[in-house]
Ligand binder design. Structure first.
Ligand code: SF4
Length: 353
């Protein structure tokens, strides 16, 4: 990388105004010297971290496509995604709102909206292709093998039932436990996520945002799944509570050997929590790698843009620079690289198919 590896450059001209990039990363993205531009995701080494590569992936997504049918036509919110997650690994999935990350999570657990369907690809989970299972077969995987912490904790909690009754329902009806065993297990789950066990007698509206989020995580862990999809699990919480919950999530994956896909628009949440990260833009993965490597040396201009637009705890004096423009309309995505209309480095070849 040479002596300029950490030098940040300011690019002249209206299109490049305010953009800062690490020069070698920019050059790597363009793959200068090889006469080619790369629209493919920037994957470092194998798709798995070295530790993860040593074991078979728990989840292996291959060329997944999810189609939405609307009155205006079809669009692909997930368009050819290939991604792996190993046992005990936290994979951060980051991108702006509407980039397809929530759709990807919902496709894995097969809870897509009515107008959406898996249009191609495989979702291999411990040997089974979830994309090809019938609904009754898939139902056996939800909660028991794969659970979800939804965007808003209230979405997974029923406002008219006490927390303890809601745990009982999951543990007794889905988990087959007796009432006494369910009660014992609910208390253990509260302890696991750091929620005062006396809160089992409370209604959801009597809990703070942080308590509700811990309850939602406990609910997701109730049947000891091997994979948890956490969709913006700390977005509505203040920074201190966020920090506590993310730290607990890291501890839980170590204690339970849990795999977690952490979906968020906030790249600083990924920095604190994930082992590897995947950056998603307009339905495609544009960069994958160990979190520390991606932060130290981002290879894709969109990743660099995300980094520049969120506060850096180590460099709080840095000016935040939003990514100009908006994600494309997926009903009519741009030709070639989907980031080209917003990319300060786009050249004609980027817009070719
Ligand atoms: S438009 Fe930008 S991100 Fe896309 S291929 Fe070209 S240089 Fe890379």
């Amino acid at each position: 990388m040479g002596v300029h590896a950490e030098r940040r450059v300011h690019l002249p001209g209206p299109l490049h105004r305010g953009v800062q990039l690490v020069r070698p990363a920019r050059d790597l993205h363009h793959a200068r010297g090889h006469g080619r531009l790369l629209h493919q995701p920037r994957v470092r080494g194998t798709a798995l971290s070295p530790a993860a590569a040593a074991v078979v992936a728990l989840l292996a997504i291959e060329d997944l496509r999810v189609e939405y049918r609307t009155a205006r036509g079809s669009s692909y919110a997930v368009d050819g995604v290939t991604l792996d997650v190993a046992r005990g690994e936290i994979l951060g999935l980051v991108g702006e709102s509407g980039c397809g990350k929530t759709t990807l999570g919902r496709a894995i657990i097969r809870v897509l909206p009515r107008n959406a369907r898996i249009a191609g690809g495989r979702i291999a989970f411990d040997g089974a292709d979830l994309a090809a299972l019938s609904e009754p077969e898939m139902a056996r995987y939800r909660w028991r093998e794969i659970a979800m912490v939804p965007q808003a904790a209230m979405d997974s909690l029923d406002p008219v039932y006490r927390l303890g009754d809601q745990f009982n329902e999951v543990l007794m009806i889905t988990g087959g436990l007796t009432r006494a065993a369910a009660r014992e297990q609910a208390v253990a789950l509260c302890d696991l996520v750091g929620l005062d066990r006396r809160r089992l007698a409370a209604f959801p509206h009597e809990l703070s945002g942080g308590m509700r989020q811990r309850a939602a995580i406990a609910m997701a862990l109730a049947l000891r799944p091997r994979l948890v999809l956490a969709d913006e699990p700390v977005t509505a919480l203040d920074v201190v509570v966020q920090h506590h919950i993310l730290r607990r999530l890291r501890q839980l994956r170590a204690e339970l050997r849990l795999a977690v896909i952490l979906v968020t628009h906030d790249i600083s949440v990924i920095a604190q929590t994930s082992d590897r990260m995947a950056v998603m833009y307009a339905g495609v993965i544009v960069e994958v790698g160990p979190t520390a490597d991606v932060f130290a040396r981002p290879l894709h201009p969109y990743t660099m843009g995300l980094q520049n637009s969120f506060p850096n705890l180590l460099r709080p004096q840095d000016t935040l620079i939003p990514i100009e423009g908006a994600p494309p309309d997926l009903l009519n995505p741009p030709r070639g690289c989907r980031f080209a209309p917003r990319c300060p480095f786009a050249v004609d070849r980027c817009r070719a198919d």
